[in-house]
Design a binder for this molecule. Structure first.
Ligand SMILES: [Zn+2]
Length: 344
């Protein structure tokens, strides 16, 4: 069964059930068999090497995923949070969380090939985990019937089906990416990951780590056929981290990817304001970011509102089609100084 069968509601329900059977959020995501210990709460951004460096009094600002907000409050919020709770997910057992990411947690970041791979791998694992969780939360038809006490036959509405088709398609594509990355991890063939970095001379005011499918670049140019359910889609991994010299924005993709990740990266590099272009890439396309309090707290309220509006964009890279080059129309956000572009 493929997602194109989803015009049939019964098939849609079966697909969701099948997805739930195959993928569970209760297991370690490492491809190895020798799991040990419980599933731990793991940081996607390193606690010491990344988050601590932009923090103040043990806190940063990040998206608030806490208690459900009231109906009249905005759907998302940016709040001061303790480092322990920022960017965590429950995706690895004790042993694999420690062993897989040791090169990021216990060694200085030197843009080593394994380090570059593991940055992207951890971001992809997190996205997979969240997609699995989201799919687990989709109710089956049987659950809907029992929830509402309905005894007769029920069907999904077309809107629900389209939403679920898009969600499941995104989840399937992430699973495929994760599976390719697992193969590289097991064979230690780090060269399969193509990485470029924009190096800035000043420390970053935000950090981030995520994977997304670039549909349009910052110029608004379409990069992938996202309207076509059968089209092969590629992902781009992005990390923004502090370095010994300043800041690095690292962009990585598989050597088998189509041209979309590279073209998106090039549209960031081409900006006359690279700091703002990197900040927009992060806010527009991910919710896994942390702000430095020293930077965020004194910002004018209008600028804070602007940051929230970008973080709240839905499918932001499609937004670039309508409003290209957002970094040039934005209020002043930050300046990380001169930059250079380095391939790895
Ligand atoms: Zn494990």
């Amino acid at each position: 069964m493929t997602l194109s069968d989803l015009h049939n509601p019964r098939a849609g329900a079966e697909l969701i059930a099948d997805f739930k059977r195959r993928f569970s959020t209760k297991i370690c995501m490492a491809p190895h068999a020798d799991h040990e210990g419980r599933i731990v709460s793991a940081h996607t951004m390193s606690l010491e090497a990344v988050l601590r460096k932009i923090s103040k009094d043990g806190h940063v600002y990040a998206q608030d995923f806490g208690p459900k907000l009231s109906e009249d409050s905005p759907p998302i919020a940016i709040a001061r949070q303790g480092l322990r709770s920022v960017s965590v997910f429950n995706g690895f057992c004790t042993k694999h969380d420690a062993s897989l990411f040791s090169c990021l947690e216990n060694e200085p970041f030197r843009f080593g090939r394994m380090q570059l791979f593991m940055l992207a791998y951890r971001a992809a694992a997190r996205e997979c985990y969240l997609k699995r969780k989201m799919c687990e939360s989709l109710p089956t038809l049987e659950q809907i019937k029992s929830m509402h006490g309905i005894s007769e036959e029920v069907v999904y509405t077309e809107d629900v089906l389209i939403h679920q088709a898009a969600s499941l398609r995104g989840a399937e594509e992430l699973e495929q990416l994760k599976s390719k990355l697992d193969g590289i991890l097991v064979s230690a063939s780090w060269d399969r990951m193509v990485s470029h970095a924009i190096l800035f001379e000043k420390p970053p005011c935000l950090t981030s780590c995520f994977v997304f499918q670039p549909f349009h670049d910052l110029n608004g140019k379409q990069l992938q056929e996202y309207e076509n359910l059968e089209a092969e889609m590629s992902h781009l991994a992005v990390s923004v981290i502090p370095t010994d010299q300043g800041a690095a924005a690292v962009f990585s993709w598989l050597d088998t990817a189509n041209s979309a990740p590279r073209q998106f990266f090039e549209s960031v590099v081409a900006s006359t304001n690279r700091t703002s272009a990197v900040i927009h890439t992060v806010l527009d396309n991910s919710e896994n970011f942390a702000f430095s309090p020293e930077w965020y707290e004194p910002l004018p309220e209008t600028t804070k509102d602007y940051l929230l509006s970008r973080a709240g964009l839905f499918e932001a890279s499609i937004e670039y089609h309508y409003r290209p080059r957002p970094e040039l129309a934005a209020p002043h956000l930050a300046d990380w100084g001169n930059s250079s572009v380095v391939p790895f």
